[in-house]
Design a protein around this ligand. Structure first.
Ligand code: ADP
Ligand code: MG
Length: 264
């Protein structure tokens, strides 16, 4: 089972959009895919329409959360099998997140093997998937470390914008440190996102990334496409929202290249 982590400590670079739509595209190609939402903001869970069944307003931090999430797995030791759900896309499954996860990094600090809690939970999960893809919060804290410890391939989305490469050194350093605990981890690929063909800047980011990462950069580049940003507010993947959009075509192309590269 290939376990991927999509990480970049910068926010807004397309991590969640990529997890959701690459995952959906793989599922539409009949791969069995499990997405794990490890961001307390829970954008992946709401983008897939999951949290919309619950009234978010009524929750405050003293209350019991209205559904079980990755929080219960990491902090309470619940099994993934008791928290994962199916989505409206066949073959696509989700381990949802919840805002309570925001406190988990502090609660986990004194726990034994705190970096390996997610790895252990996935190892105990007997259901078989072709791909597991983990979405990370925009930081290099304990949640992202857990994802890096659980995965064997890191995928880095890079936004074709100013300061695109800023912070990547730190991410790569963190990956090297994690290799001490998880020697299986390698960089599996770099995905260029929000490409705007009208700007010289986008072109120059693409060139810089290809110079630096060489073949690790996927040839499929995700364009800036407003349909991609609209779809999550309807709880839909891009394939359910507008399958003919340039965003949908790009994620389809990326999934094809992904399968060729990782051969599952
Ligand atoms: P991250 O998870 O890295 O914070 P998101 O995937 O949430 O990033 O993307 C940040 C914002 O940009 C979101 O509002 C998302 O809908 C939008 N977005 C992501 N990818 C694209 C794209 N290719 N074109 C246009 N908007 C995008
Ligand atoms: Mg996100």
């Amino acid at each position: 089972m290939e376990i991927f982590v999509i990480a970049n400590q910068k926010g807004g670079v397309g991590k969640t959009t990529t997890v959701m739509n690459l995952g959906a595209s793989l599922a539409l190609k009949r791969k069995k895919v499990l997405l794990i939402d490890l961001d307390p903001q829970s954008n992946l869970s709401s983008g897939l329409g999951f949290t919309q069944q619950f009234d978010k307003q009524s929750w405050n931090s003293q209350d019991e959360a209205p559904y079980k999430s990755i929080y219960n797995v990491l902090v309470d030791g619940e099994k993934i099998s008791s928290v994962f759900v199916s989505t409206s896309t066949p073959n696509l499954f989700l381990v949802p997140s919840h805002l309570s996860l925001a406190g988990a990094e502090i609660e986990m600090v004194n726990m034994l093997s705190r970096e390996s809690l997610l790895k252990k939970a996935i190892a105990e999960f007997k259901e078989d998937f072709d791909y597991v893809i983990i979405d990370c919060p925009p930081s290099l804290g304990l949640l992202t470390i857990n994802a890096l410890c659980a995965a064997n391939k890191l995928l880095i989305p890079i936004q074709c914008e100013y300061f695109a490469l800023e912070g990547l050194g730190q991410l790569i350093e963190t990956t090297k440190l994690v290799k001490g605990i998880n020697p299986n981890l390698v960089i599996g690929g770099v995905i260029l996102t929000m490409y705007d063909s009208r700007t010289k800047l986008s072109e120059s980011v693409v060139n810089d990334v290809k110079d630096f990462f060489q073949d690790l950069a996927f040839n499929s580049i995700v364009p800036r496409n407003v349909r991609l940003s609209e779809a999550p507010s309807y709880g839909k993947t891009i394939f359910q929202y507008d399958e003919k959009s340039t965003g949908a075509l790009a994620y389809k192309q990326l999934a094809k290249e992904f399968i060729q590269r990782f051969k599952v």
